[in-house]
Design a protein around this ligand. Structure first.
Ligand code: GN1
Ligand code: MG
Length: 548
């Protein structure tokens, strides 16, 4: 087993990447994320850690440099586990510890990790590396490379990729090609082949038109959708805006801006009834939107995508006659109308889990086919191995009826179209376009399936947000005393009222969510709940002010 001596080379390499500030940094739900200039030592150390994890798992580990929807000056890093999933929770703690130790303690802490995890340092280490388009990313990538090489690991540097593309590469490599080929071209080919088969020869179908306007958030998604388009044989015509040629990354554009501000991004024409979509800065989220004739903005977020996808998969499963259990996973932020629609109209079981993609992904794996989406537009579908084999057999089983075989074949192609590792804006876009095309729907038809309940999200600053403790997938509070009773009494006053509060995992605030029959009531309920949080959970600064 390696003692601190083994890490002497790390100590020397680390001198190029010193920890300049005492500031503590945490591996949160989305990895490390802060100003780009504060991350050099963190990247170096994550390079070392990724290499050690590669040795432990005897598999390739991914390192993605991105700060997603954050401003351009920010940056961050997320590590990717062998099957393309997010880093295991126990290692998030190790990552936090390693990022925060002093330079001189680095060898000792690494040595501890090696012995407590039982890592064989003689195993070759390999790390797949990629970055988004931020100006700080190239030098941070070099810091990761230095980290991996400090313990003689090997790096495959993909340069610029979307986050889900890197997850895809890691999965392909560790599945010995079963999932696809671990190149950019392999990614485009796999998804576009499936898309073109699903689309057939007709590009237009009833009220579906193959024209889409896309807001690329001035980020990596814009570059990569252009590449994907080359493989689509003009069957989908994407008009790209905010492509990064002049605008700033995520500035007044991108999926997060559109979802949170409930408005169209800058830099795009405002034309009624045109189908539009928006990617976030690293292209792992997507939302759709359009303007009504009277100018009203309509958002089709992760809940709308989830219901569209779950409904379509349910139809295919029924037509195929296969015995498959299909479920949908949401969080408490899912609009109440979407949950009723899925449960009552689509008759698909719904599970609710705490916020954070890893919780959704984990729960979705319990179903044969698990669909999951956060309201903000991050989501995908996962298929069990057993079901993938069953669908493959059925798609080639000539003893089945024509309808059954046809449905099984479409299911098979859908499996090929989906990036199962993580939410993927490009793959989700192609999936939504496939379903709308198949149904012959305009974006308005899609939106008409159910009407969202008006809702409001607010933030409250408190001294210590950990005083708020929750249960029941964050839908109820257990502390501080009296808060849940107060929320219940407020909710009671409003028809279709629902409200909950939880401490954010990414910001130092408490989030308040409320929905009700009218926007006015949703705004009022959210405000009243905020006041209770402020009073009972140690609010700081100005008291929440009532809605105008
Ligand atoms: C209400 C909301 O949108 N919360 C977001 C946000 O988490 P918070 O813990 O709520 O800050 O960031 C997470 C990571 O990106 C994302 O998974 C989640 O959906
Ligand atoms: Mg993102």
């Amino acid at each position: 087993m390696a003692g601190t001596g083994y890490f002497a080379a790390v100590k020397i390499a680390a001198e190029k990447h010193p920890r300049l500030r005492e500031k503590t940094i945490q591996y949160g739900t989305a990895g490390f994320r802060t100003k780009g200039e504060e991350l050099d030592h963190v990247m170096f150390r994550m390079g070392v850690l990724a290499a050690l994890r590669s040795q432990l798992k005897r598999a390739v580990i991914g390192a993605m440099i991105t700060a997603s929807h954050n401003p351009e000056e920010d940056n961050g890093v997320k590590l990717v586990d062998p099957l393309g999933e997010m880093l295991e929770a126990a290692w998030e703690k190790l990552a936090t510890k390693l990022a925060n130790v002093s330079d001189s303690d680095l060898p000792a802490v690494l040595s501890d990790i090696v012995s407590s995890c039982g890592i064989d340092t003689a195993v070759p280490a390999q790390v797949f590396l990629a970055r988004d388009t931020r100006p700080s990313s190239p030098s941070l990538a070099q810091a990761i490379i230095d980290g991996v090489q400090a313990i003689k690991g090997e790096v495959k540097d993909y340069g610029i990729l979307t986050t889900p593309q890197l997850h895809f590469m890691v999965r392909c490599e560790n599945s010995q090609g079963q999932y696809g080929s671990q190149t950019e071209n392999g990614y485009y080919t796999k998804l576009s082949n499936a898309f073109l088969k699903l689309r057939g020869h007709e590009h237009q179908n009833e009220r579906y038109h193959p024209q889409l306007r896309l807001d690329g958030a001035n980020g990596v998604g814009a570059l990569k959708i252009k590449e994907m388009q080359k493989h689509l044989n003009n069957s989908l015509q994407i008009e790209l805006f905010n492509d990064g040629s002049s605008g700033k990354l995520n500035y007044m554009c991108g999926a997060d801006y559109v979802k949170v501000q409930q408005t169209a991004p800058n830099g795009m024409p405002k034309e009624a009834r045109v189908r539009c979509a928006s990617f976030d800065g690293d292209a792992d989220r997507i939302v759709y939107f359009y303007q009504e004739k009277n100018g009203t903005f309509k958002l089709l977020d992760g809940d709308k995508i989830a219901t569209l996808v779950a409904g379509y998969l349910k139809e295919l499963v029924n037509s195929s006659g296969l015995n498959i259990n299909l479920g949908l996973v949401q969080t408490a932020y899912a609009n109440g109308s979407s949950t009723s629609y899925i449960t009552n109209e689509l008759q698909v079981p719904v599970a609710c889990v705490p916020t954070g993609v890893k919780h959704l992904h984990h729960k979705a794996l319990e179903y044969d086919i698990g669909v999951y989406f956060e309201a903000n537009g991050h989501g995908t579908v996962v298929f069990s191995e057993k079901i993938q084999d069953m669908v493959l057999m059925a798609a080639n089983d000539s003893s089945l009826s024509k309808d059954q075989e046809h449905a099984a074949r479409r299911l098979l192609w859908i499996i090929g179209l989906i990036n199962q590792t993580v939410g993927d804006a490009i793959s989700d876009l192609l999936l939504v376009e496939t379903i709308l095309h198949s149904k012959g729907w305009s974006i308005e038809d899609w939106n008409d399936a159910y009407t969202d309940l008006p809702n409001r999200q607010l933030k409250v600053k408190v001294k210590d947000r950990t005083v708020i403790q929750t249960t029941d997938a964050e839908r109820k509070t257990t502390s501080p005393k009296g808060l849940q009773e107060a929320i219940d009494a407020l909710v009671e006053k409003y028809p279709d009222g629902r409200a909950f509060v939880r401490p954010s995992g990414t910001e130092d605030i408490v989030r308040v969510y409320a929905e009700a029959e009218t926007q006015k009531n949703a705004d009022m309920l959210a405000h009243e709940v905020s006041v209770e949080v402020y009073n009972l959970a140690g609010g700081v600064g100005e008291k929440p002010t009532p809605p105008q």
